[in-house]
Write a protein that binds this ligand. Structure first.
Ligand code: B12
Ligand code: SF4
Length: 502
């Protein structure tokens, strides 16, 4: 079958800081191609909508799959589905990915016939049986699939994440994937799932709180096949298990692979497995993102981070000692007043790390979606990108955004100080010499994207598609009610069901 896979365009902050390859979609593409389908991929983060139109006309796909990891992309995906149905009558259109897995029925209804199926859960296991069922009009019998005719059994999980390897060769303009100065940058996955259970996060609910690891040899083989000099490790929490981190490091050392790496982890994991991170700095680990989320113990408890402020601060010292540049995330509560923003500015200026701010947002699939007592002030999908306030702000909304942007601007000015600017010019020169302009563009785009008026005016846009209303609860819902994958797998490296973080 001719299958066209599409990733929607980039969201607000991706415009400046980063743009990364859609690894999940590449794995879906690989699974379909391995089964004999003819597959093309269009990533609208780096390709134009005109190219998609041309591709629809020339390729005449029999099936079109759109990736929806992000809620904010849903309106765009619905519009693509409608134009595809008009351009290629009879084309079977389906959505898959993280966010749409939690609200499949609702999105299907909103599509009014433009979408034939929603594939919930992991895409590698669903895509082949789904395509096979299309000619017999039996999509609704496939595990994980929801259609207007009905829904199939629970989605299936992969036995092992070692295969299929992402179809990176199908991507066009790979040189446009970057993160900050790691330009160009590829992505890789070493583990899947997260054993923690933070209340604002859906990473653990999607995978039923399971955790799987790639075999170190398979991970190293995949790394060896990557052409880019820089790699983003997409794991939710990197190197939770020290033996795994050491295992992959040993395989990379054996193959003499050196690249620059960026990863995300937790402060307690860094403290516990310091020697793994140290070994990785020798392999090229340069940047790390730590989801600190709050500066005080109350805030951390409220998010159920299961960590103390002391551990967070000690981890920063460890990273500094290891020479890793750290970006910290803090969650801004819409209830913040000027004083709280001031405190964060003060903190941000007192540490050498980059401080990144995201706005507390209840997402379907998270506990807070059900327990947040404040009413949503909007159900516009496009505003659910953790950069907009979707519950009432204590300050008037305009002032809230001014404080937010001002805080971000103060933080960024710090990083555009003289020494950083000289460092940046050096990197810029090196990247430009290699024809890489993403980082250079990022530096200039800053003021246009970080703009309080722009954020405020986003609330005034006409809304065509809205999120479903949350089912409010006073207590957190039963965990399994939130899970997309509820059934564990068998298999050597798979750890089914809830695992303890430690
Ligand atoms: C890596 C990552 C990123 C990367 C790369 C994104 C990219 N281009 O793909 C970066 C750093 C850029 C990023 C940015 C953001 N992210 Co992000 N990200 C992740 C993370 C940690 C892993 C995703 C991943 O690559 N997994 C590995 C691959 C193999 O899995 P996958 O992509 O999920 O794909 C599988 C399935 O979803 C499915 N699937 C996917 N596509 C399709 C398509 C079809 C047709 C089918 C059938 C199946 C299918 O099959 C795949 C294989 O099993 C997830 C958390 C998580 N664990 O899912 C958050 C996550 C997806 N991100 C999140 C957020 C909020 C963001 C930002 C909005 C944050 C911000 N404002 O700064 C931005 C927006 C990015 C944008 N699109 O512009 C939220 C999503 C919230 C939501 N409900 O909308 C998540 C869930 C994190 C969280 N804790 O809440 N992110
Ligand atoms: S540790 Fe990170 S990925 Fe895991 S549940 Fe908490 S926020 Fe989500």
């Amino acid at each position: 079958m001719r299958l066209l896979l599409v990733h929607p365009s980039a969201l607000m902050y991706s415009e400046i800081f980063l743009r990364l390859e859609p690894l999940g979609l590449e794995r879906v593409a690989a699974a379909a191609r391995d089964a004999g389908h003819q597959v093309r991929v269009v990533d609208l983060q780096v390709l134009s909508p005109k190219l998609l139109e041309r591709e629809l006309r020339s390729f005449q796909p029999e099936a079109l799959g759109i990736s929806l990891n992000y809620l904010a992309n849903i309106p765009e995906a619905l519009e693509i589905a409608q134009s595809a149905k008009a351009a290629v009558p009879g084309c079977f259109v389906f959505f898959g990915g993280h966010s749409v897995s939690f609200i499949g029925d609702h999105v299907l209804e909103q599509a009014e016939g433009a979408v034939d199926a929603i594939a919930r859960g992991e895409g590698e296991t669903v895509v082949v049986p789904l395509l096979a069922a299309v000619p017999d009009k039996a999509a609704h019998t496939v595990p994980g699939v929801v259609t207007a005719e009905g829904r199939g059994p629970a989605p299936k999980m992969l036995e092992s994440i070692d295969a299929p390897r992402p179809a990176r060769d199908l991507m066009r303009r790979r040189n446009r994937y970057f993160i900050g100065e790691l330009d160009p940058c590829a992505s890789i996955e070493f583990t899947r799932g997260c054993p923690w259970d933070c209340s604002f996060c859906s990473a653990w609910t999607f995978y039923g709180r399971s955790y799987r690891r790639a075999a170190p040899e398979a991970a190293a083989e995949e790394m060896a096949s990557i052409r880019e000099p820089n790699v983003f490790i997409v794991d939710d929490v990197a190197f939770i298990k020290s033996d795994h981190g050491h295992g992959i490091a040993a395989e990379l050392e054996r193959r003499n692979i050196r690249k620059q790496y960026y990863l995300e982890t937790r402060a307690d994991v860094l403290l516990r497995n310091e020697e793994v991170f140290e070994r990785w700095t020798k392999l090229g680990l340069r940047y790390m993102f730590l989801g600190m989320e709050a500066l005080d113990a109350d805030g951390l408890d409220q998010f159920r981070k299961r960590i103390s402020p002391d551990e967070n601060f000690r981890a920063l010292e460890t990273a500094r000692r290891l020479g890793i540049s750290v970006a910290i995330n803090l969650i801004v509560d819409p209830a913040w007043d000027e004083e709280q923003f001031r405190l964060v500015r003060e903190f941000a200026l007192s540490v050498p790390e980059i401080v990144h701010l995201t706005v507390m947002t209840p997402y379907p699939g998270t506990e807070v979606w059900h327990t947040e007592s404040r009413q949503l002030t909007t159900r516009d999908y496009r505003l659910f990108d953790i950069q907009h306030a979707v519950v009432p702000t204590r300050l008037p909304l305009e002032q809230f955004y001014r404080e937010l942007v001002r805080t971000q601007a103060v933080i960024n000015r710090k990083h555009l100080g003289l020494s950083t600017a000289i460092g940046a010019m050096r990197i810029l020169g090196r990247n430009l010499a290699h024809g890489q302009t993403n980082f250079a563009r990022m530096l200039w785009k800053f003021g246009r994207v970080y703009n309080a008026n722009r954020q405020l005016s986003d609330h005034a846009r006409e809304v065509r598609y809205e999120l479903p209303l949350p089912e409010r609860r006073t207590a957190a819902p039963g965990r399994k009610e939130l899970f997309v994958h509820t059934i564990g797998r068998t298999g050597a490296r798979a750890q089914a069901g809830p695992t303890t973080p430690q």
